[in-house]
Every structure is written in structure tokens, then in C-alpha cells.
Design a protein around this ligand. Structure first.
Ligand code: HEM
Length: 423
């Protein structure tokens, strides 16, 4: 708990910019995750406000501002991306996220080759086969716990195979990744980093000089400015990929399927016209952003009518870009024909998510195969959906139900829904 004197307003923060708001507890009055953030935006006192919580930081509340801060590394550095700066921020020195250009690019290149559309294409069949086998495990049961039986299975199994780590390690790694993105107070950030490092050290040592095709082997044996990676760099690069890959798609899928369960007309539109699924995924990414990250102010400056001081943090909730009504008309409506989609769901600028193509591919395949087999479903009667905030917002659990007679069996991937790369 932060004490009252920590909640004071610094002299350079105008009173009208002061807002007592905790980004780790964004939920309001029984509202959902996105509705809560949006309420804050609607009630905002200014586009840039200051909260005393989590060490005190600025908070960008407009889509265009979020996009600008995430992309302008000269003024807003990635040196620190998490708040509280003194604890979480200091512990999170992951690579490449904590590096600014030009240091960032050579490390980012190591990631790009293993996660590009060219790298993902050959595993699409495997993703489809796994999707189908998961669905077939519960289809005839008339219901499932979507979070544990599907969302936590598909992206994590795919991811563990990309990095070639044993599936048995998944619970431990997922727990550690969750402690980064939604800390529940059971571990400090330095403890999480130590446990990740102890886990990764023998794996990195064993794969040094190896010729395996997995992402870890490829990354740690790559060269940066014509030299090999140090052990610390290799560790921080691998940790970054694990943190980025283990939690985000799981929750993106859960938010999307909760929406689909409650919107039969959208389900029908995609089930009857699977070619529209790739475009739909772009709109769903706009509608269900999850990530909240920050930047460190590089120098004293006037910005958005206030004085920013070097070292202060500006936090950017990406939900407030895609859901900003000045950027996307009627932002809570999911419109598969939306002419122009604006969002920062996968970030902006040099740190734009390298896993975005994989995430979109998994969602596209899930929608295609699920809707071909279970075209009609709803939230299970009596189930109460709960959300949590944090660096990555989440649906705590989601139980779905359907009439078995309305489902279709089938072990072959469905046709249609190819993948033009879309935002
Ligand atoms: C729906 C799923 C996902 C969302 C919403 C998402 C969102 C984001 C965002 C907003 C950033 C930029 C952070 C910043 O600028 O500070 C980012 C970066 C990153 N993401 Fe993702 N991500 C997703 C999936 C993934 C996956 C599947 C992986 C890995 C397999 C991944 C790995 C990374 C990495 C390594 C970075 C850092 C990139 C850099 O610093 O250059 N992400 N992600």
C-alpha cells in the first residue's frame, strides 16, 4: 500500500492534471477491462495527466499521444518501460525492449528472422492441426473452460515448440511471465528475474554453438555488431521472448471469444464467409488491445502544455488508442468493414511487436477452425467473467457452452481465410 505522503502532487504538476489512478488496478464499478479504460478516457481532465501511484508518473490518455510517445525515442526512451521505475523498471532490462536505436536494431534483427511471416508460414499446418485436436477434445461435451482448455494450450504449445522448450516447463514459465505482467505481490521483480536466469543459464550454455533451428539457438548464436552475444545479453534476449510470447495471445484470444460468444451476428458473418477472417482479425486487434507500457523522458521539456522532467515516466495504455472515439468512430462496435483501422495494439515505431504476425496467424486459424466446427456458442450459464489489469490485461476465466447437435466434426483444416499480412 502506498502511504499518503507518496500521493502528494509534485510542484511542477498543475492541479488540474492530477489524477489518483493505479494502472495495475484499472477496473471500475463492475465494468470490463476495456470499458474501464475507456471510462477513464471519457472522464479525462487532459490528454496527459499525472498520477501519484506506482512511484508517480504521467499517463497518456489519447490515441495519437500514445502513438507519439511509443514511437519518439529521442524524447521518450525505452531505457525504462515499467512502473514503479525504482523496482519494476530497474529489474526489467530486457533486450531488445529496453534499448533505443541504434543499439536496438542488431538485437531486434536476431528476433525478426525467427518470427517473420516467412518463419511462421511453415508452421501454419501444425498450428491448424493442434487447433483442431484441442477443439475435438471438448466439442462433443457441449462446453469447455476456454481459458485453460484452449487459450492457454494453443499459443503456449506453439510457442514452446518455436523455442524448443519442454511442455512440462510451461506452468513454471507461465507463472514467471505472469509475475512480470500482472504481479500479485507473491514475488518481487528481482526474484522473477533471478528465477528466469537460473532456468535459462543451462539452456543457453547447451545451445551455444549449436545448429538447431529453434528460436533460442538462432538468436543466441547470432552476431551483434560483428561480435557474439554476452551471456547477460543472451539471457535478457531469451527472457524478453518468453515474457512477450507466453501471456499476450492467450488473453487476446479470450477477449475475442468472449465477444464472439455474445455476438451471434459476428459469428455468423465469419462462419459463412471465412475469407473475411484475416480482415476481421485486424479489427479485433483494434477492439481488444491489452498492453500498457511506458517510456522514460530523456530531457526536461515542455510537452502537451506541461513541464516534463528528465527521468519521469509516461505510461501508454494501448487500449486507449484503438478505443479512442476521435481515432475510430464508435470504437466499441466491431465493424469488419471498417474503412480505416487505427490502433497501437502491437506498439509503434522500432519496438513494434515482432510476434504480431504469429499472434494474428493463431487467431485467424482459431476462428476458422472453431467456427467451422462450433458455429454457435455462448457464455456458460451462471459463469461470471472476471478481468484483471496489469501490463497485459486478462480475462481470468471463460466458460463456453453450445448445443452439441449444432456442431460439426472434422479433422481436416477448413478452406478459406488465407493470410494477407494486416495491421
Ligand atoms: C496479441 C498478442 C500480442 C500483443 C497485443 C503484443 C503487444 C506488444 C506491444 C504493444 C509491444 C511494444 C512494447 C513497447 O513498445 O514498449 C510488443 C513488443 C514485443 N513483443 Fe509482443 N505482443 C503480442 C504477441 C507477442 C508474441 C506472440 C511474442 C513472441 C513470440 C511477442 C514478443 C514481443 C517482443 C520480443 C517485443 C519487444 C520488441 C522490441 O523491443 O523490439 N509478442 N508486443
Amino acid at each position: 500500500m502506498e502511504t499518503a505522503n507518496l500521493l502528494e502532487r509534485p510542484a511542477h504538476v498543475p492541479p488540474e492534471r492530477y489524477l489518483d489512478f493505479d494502472i495495475y488496478q484499472p477496473l471500475r464499478d463492475g465494468l470490463g477491462f476495456h470499458e474501464s479504460w475507456s471510462r477513464l478516457q471519457a472522464e479525462r481532465k487532459a490528454d496527459l495527466v499525472w498520477t501519484p501511484r506506482n512511484g508517480g508518473h504521467w499517463l497518456a490518455l489519447r490515441g495519437t499521444l500514445i502513438n507519439q510517445v511509443l514511437g519518439e525515442y529521442v524524447n521518450f526512451s525505452n531505457h525504462t518501460v515499467l512502473v514503479p521505475k525504482a523496482t519494476a523498471g530497474e529489474a526489467y532490462r530486457l533486450i531488445p525492449l529496453s534499448l533505443d536505436p541504434p543499439a536496438h536494431a542488431p538485437f531486434r534483427n536476431l528476433l525478426n528472422t525467427g518470427m517473420s511471416p516467412r518463419a511462421v508460414k511453415p508452421i501454419e499446418d501444425r498450428i491448424a492441426a493442434l487447433t483442431i485436436s484441442l477443439i475435438e477434445r471438448f466439442r462433443r461435451r457441449g462446453g469447455c473452460d476456454f481459458t485453460t482448455e484452449f487459450a492457454e494450450q494453443l499459443p503456449i504449445t506453439v510457442f514452446m515448440s518455436i523455442v524448443d522448450l519442454p511442455e512440462a516447463d510451461t506452468p513454471k514459465l507461465k507463472y514467471l511471465a505472469d509475475q512480470f505482467t500482472r504481479p500479485d505481490g507473491k514475488m518481487t521483480y528481482p526474484e522473477v528475474v533471478t528465477m528466469f536466469t537460473e532456468y535459462l543459464a543451462p539452456i543457453i550454455a547447451a545451445r551455444r554453438g549449436g545448429s538447431g533451428e529453434d528460436l533460442i539457438t538462432r538468436m543466441i548464436n547470432g552476431r551483434v555488431n560483428d561480435r557474439a552475444l554476452t551471456d547477460l545479453e543472451a539471457n535478457n534476449l531469451c527472457m524478453q521472448v518468453l515474457v512477450g510470447g507466453l501471456d499476450t495471445v492467450v488473453n487476446f484470444m479470450a477477449f475475442v471469444m468472449l465477444f464472439m460468444a455474445e455476438h451471434p451476428e459476428h459469428r455468423r458473418a465469419l462462419a459463412t464467409n471465412p475469407e473475411s477472417i484475416p480482415g476481421a482479425v485486424a479489427e479485433l486487434a483494434r477492439r481488444f488491445p491489452l498492453v500498457t507500457v511506458g517510456r522514460e523522458v530523456t530531457h526536461d521539456m515542455e510537452f502537451e502544455g506541461v513541464q516534463l522532467k528528465a527521468g519521469e515516466m509516461v505510461v501508454c495504455p494501448t487500449p486507449l488508442h484503438g478505443l479512442d472515439p476521435t481515432e475510430n468512430a464508435e470504437p466499441f462496435n466491431v465493424d469488419f468493414g471498417r474503412p480505416r483501422i487505427r490502433h497501437s495494439t502491437f506498439g509503434n515505431g522500432s519496438h513494434t511487436c515482432p510476434g504480431a504476425h504469429l499472434a494474428r496467424t493463431e487467431l485467424r486459424i482459431m476462428l476458422r477452425e472453431w467456427l467451422a466446427r462450433i458455429p454457435d456458442f455462448h457464455v456458460a450459464p451462471g459463469h461470471r467473467t472476471e478481468f484483471t489489469g496489469g501490463i497485459v490485461g486478462s480475462v481470468k476465466s471463460l466458460r463456453l457452452a453450445w448445443d452439441v447437435a449444432s456442431t460439426q466434426s472434422g479433422t481436416e483444416p477448413s478452406a478459406g481465410a488465407g493470410d494477407p499480412a494486416r495491421r
